[in-house]
Ligand binder design. Structure first.
Ligand SMILES: [Zn+2]
Length: 419
């Protein structure tokens, strides 16, 4: 018995040490993407539920808060779809998130409307344009084919709704939702709209929340030697939320993966053997999908001086990696980028570490604009293609190079600490 027990330990211990964090990370991603968080958006306070969970997780690491709790509250205006989301062409009901997405600036509507097709051959003559300009479109849904070119015509936007028949992959976006338009707009898979479609039935419920209360979650682990100087990890924990009562966007890759990595990093740095000479801050932003709003607010209301940040790493979409990583600002901050590349080669971690110029595509942006040295790292690889779809789920999320990325990131901070 005893002998067997020891033999088992030899096998299990190294395995456990390597995979313990990945198990934790999967657990966090499972939780954040579950239906009870409503896609971490603005319906049923999904983002606040996620914030509470994150605060509870980070408090368990022993990390501290700057104020009397981990939250930094702020607000913005946002359009939401908490209820009905029904779209049918000639009585064929389409599936939200799969067959179509709604532009988040769309108001609600209910009724049956006449369909009018516009394609590449519409508006060929001056007479046809004049005829179109005179129409009353308030009870018409325009179906616009990809071949239609005259999108500048303002008359289009007097219609009840516009259906854009597209052959592209559908990806929802909520950044348009900070304002609302007078017309509804849908992207619909071309194959789902019958050519002869005469009627469009709509039932869409929208609520514009003028002063939606949300929060960033902020924690830190004090440095041993230089507590006033910080390395900062950031990740957005919000996602797109609900598109109607039935459809939510789990956002596993975007960005439960980066959120989980931040919590894992907090666990790592809170262990005495990994304690850093510099303070390490962890900022979980909300409002990213609404237009980088949480990071903008934080950069304008920092909880410690921005000039005390030695370096900031933004982790957003980290579950692939078979093709390496991309580093936004890598071609601008050449010294730090070389440190990263050299470390990667020495430790044989990722296939490639590719640089990119500055980009306003995630939360590092406002910090970078204010002179804070920062990288935004995201993983590359075709093993996960779900992006802004209801199928960006936890199940099957590859996490291909999670361990390697974790080692690279912590090694990089270690090297910068010694400079
Ligand atoms: Zn996103």
């Amino acid at each position: 018995m005893r002998k067997q027990f020891f033999a088992l330990l030899v096998i299990i211990i190294p395995f456990f040490c390597n995979s313990q964090n990945v198990n934790y990370v999967h657990k966090v991603i499972d939780t954040l993407t579950s239906p009870s968080f409503y896609g971490r958006g603005y319906v049923n306070k999904g983002d606040s539920l996620a914030a509470n969970y994150i605060a509870q997780q980070i408090s368990q690491t022993g990390a501290r808060s700057f104020n009397n709790n981990f939250f930094q509250s702020y607000s913005f205006g946002i359009n939401t779809y908490p209820g009905e989301m029904y779209l049918a062409t000639d009585k064929v009901e389409l599936i939200p998130g799969k067959d179509y997405i709604i532009s988040s600036s769309s108001p609600g509507a209910k009724g049956s409307y006449k369909a009018l097709w516009l394609n590449g051959s519409t508006f060929l003559t001056q007479t046809e344009i004049q005829k179109f300009e005179k129409k009353n479109l308030s009870n018409t849904v325009l179906i616009i084919d990809t071949s239609f070119k005259d999108m500048e015509n303002n008359k289009l936007y007097t219609a009840k709704a516009i259906i854009h028949a597209t052959t592209h992959n559908l990806a929802w976006d909520v950044s348009e939702g900070t304002k609302t338009n007078s017309f509804l707009y849908f992207d619909v898979s071309r194959e789902k709209i019958p050519e002869a479609c005469k009627k469009v039935k709509l039932d869409v419920e929208s609520i514009y929340k003028t002063d939606y209360q949300t929060q960033n979650v902020v924690a830190y682990i004090p440095g041993k030697l230089y507590p006033d100087s910080f390395f900062v990890f950031v990740a957005h924990y919000d996602h797109l939320g609900q598109m109607g009562r039935e459809t939510y966007f789990p956002g596993a890759h975007d960005n439960a993966s980066g959120t989980a990595m931040l919590l894992d990093l907090a666990q790592y740095y809170s262990k005495p053997e990994n304690a850093s000479d510099y303070s390490i801050a962890f900022i979980f932003f909300s409002g990213e999908e609404a237009g980088l709003l949480g990071s903008k607010y934080y950069s304008e209301h920092p909880l410690f001086p921005l000039k005390n940040i030695k370096f900031l790493l933004n982790l957003d979409m980290e579950s692939t990696g078979s093709e390496g990583i991309k580093v936004v600002n890598g071609s601008v901050l050449k010294d730090e980028f070389n440190t990263l590349v050299t470390l990667n080669e020495k430790e044989k971690l990722l296939k490639t570490v590719r640089p990119r110029g500055e980009a306003a595509n995630s939360d590092h942006y406002w910090f970078y604009k204010k002179g804070v040295k920062s990288f935004y790292i995201y993983t590359l690889g075709n093993e996960w293609k779900e992006y802004h779809t209801p199928t960006d789920v936890s199940k099957g999320l590859p996490m291909t190079k999670y361990d390697e990325l974790f080692k690279l990131v912590t090694g990089f901070i270690g090297q910068l600490s010694r400079k």
